[in-house]
Design a protein around this ligand. Structure first.
Ligand code: PLP
Length: 317
């Protein structure tokens, strides 16, 4: 039997290091509510990202929802891309927004700012572009349009941890940018995420929204629970110092694929110039569509047959 090859595997900390943190958390009996570990992780992330207004959250999806909320986009029309993970759109729908889909750039696979003009109406309130696969959107083009039209920009930067664009963290672009620290991402806290913003006011608002809208006994606004717990923050502190190595290892493997994969018919998205990539993914584009479609179709048909044979209606026992 040969060894299985995994498409993705979560990075795990040194067991003794993580256990020591857990023992300390247990004896402190402070398990959540933005305790020492969450505060320390938040400070370390602010320093390493160079973003003073950065908050950790329970996951990337809630981070996106808090950002949409703080950007005052609830219930409004937001231009976005369909080419993303489902959470980009589900966050919009959960906030009662109407997503308006723009096309993507054929080369970078990110929202094409040239299409924004045609989609814009008087109802448009914001833009939610996605730095897909960690590639950088045309942040200059999007910012120019957003500024001229008076639109708020919330980037779904879930996949970008470690990406630097023009000497700044990719998370520092836009009015808000959100990141995911899910176990499958380059850096993670098992479940977790964060929001970056630019102003003290937005920072305070996000802090309130993250913790039910109250501070002590004073209730200020309608909030939700999006706090990162202490055991999750401890995971982040164990893994943060390994991110650079992780990215360097991914880069090496990615270069190996570049050298080994047959170039014919396989295209890679063009990374934006000025981007230091995190090698989170290795996306490929099939040039030969009929062949690629046939291949996908046959896999799909096979898996449907297998599913049909195994599927049973689910009943609670
Ligand atoms: C991972 C991901 C999310 C969701 O993040 P969670 O932390 O899993 O909630 C949202 N958008 C994109 C593009 C992602 O890759």
């Amino acid at each position: 039997m040969s060894e299985p090859i995994f498409v993705t595997q979560s990075l795990v900390p040194d067991a003794a290091e993580y256990t020591a943190h857990i023992m300390r958390i247990l004896s402190s009996r402070r398990l959540t509510n933005i305790g020492d570990y969450a505060v320390t992780l938040e400070n370390e992330l602010r320093a390493s990202l160079g973003i003073p207004h950065f908050l950790v959250c329970a996951n990337g999806t809630l981070s996106l929802q808090l950002a949409l909320h703080a950007a005052k986009l609830q219930g409004r029309e937001v231009i976005t891309t369909p080419f993303s993970y489902v959470a980009s759109v589900s966050a919009l729908l959960w906030e009662g927004c109407t997503p308006v889909f723009g096309d993507i750039d054929e080369e970078t696979l990110c929202l094409d700012p040239h299409g924004l003009e045609d989609l814009y109406t008087e109802k448009t309130a914001g833009i939610l572009p996605v730095h897909i696969y960690g590639n950088a959107c045309d942040v200059e083009g999007i910012a120019a349009f957003a500024e001229a039209a008076g639109l708020a920009t919330v980037y779904d930067a879930a996949q970008t941890f470690g990406c630097i664009y023009n000497d700044r963290s990719l998370l520092s672009y836009g009015d808000f940018a959100t990141v995911s620290f899910h176990a499958t991402k380059v850096f993670h806290t098992v479940e977790g995420g964060g929001v970056a913003c630019n102003t003290d006011e937005a920072h305070k608002e996000l802090q309130l929204l993250r913790a039910f809208g109250h501070v002590g006994d004073e209730h200020y606004t309608l909030g939700i629970n999006a706090k990162l717990t202490e055991p999750h923050a401890a995971m982040g502190l164990c893994l943060l110092h390994r991110v650079a190595d992780n990215i360097a290892g991914r880069k090496k493997i990615s270069r190996m694929y570049d050298a080994l994969f047959p170039a014919r018919g396989l295209r890679k998205p063009r990374l934006r110039e000025g981007l230091e990539y995190n090698y989170a993914y290795y996306p490929v584009i099939f040039g030969n569509f009929p062949a690629a479609t046939r291949w996908c179709w046959s896999i799909w048909a096979t898996s449907c047959r297998n599913w049909g044979a195994r599927a049973r209606p689910w009943k609670p026992t």
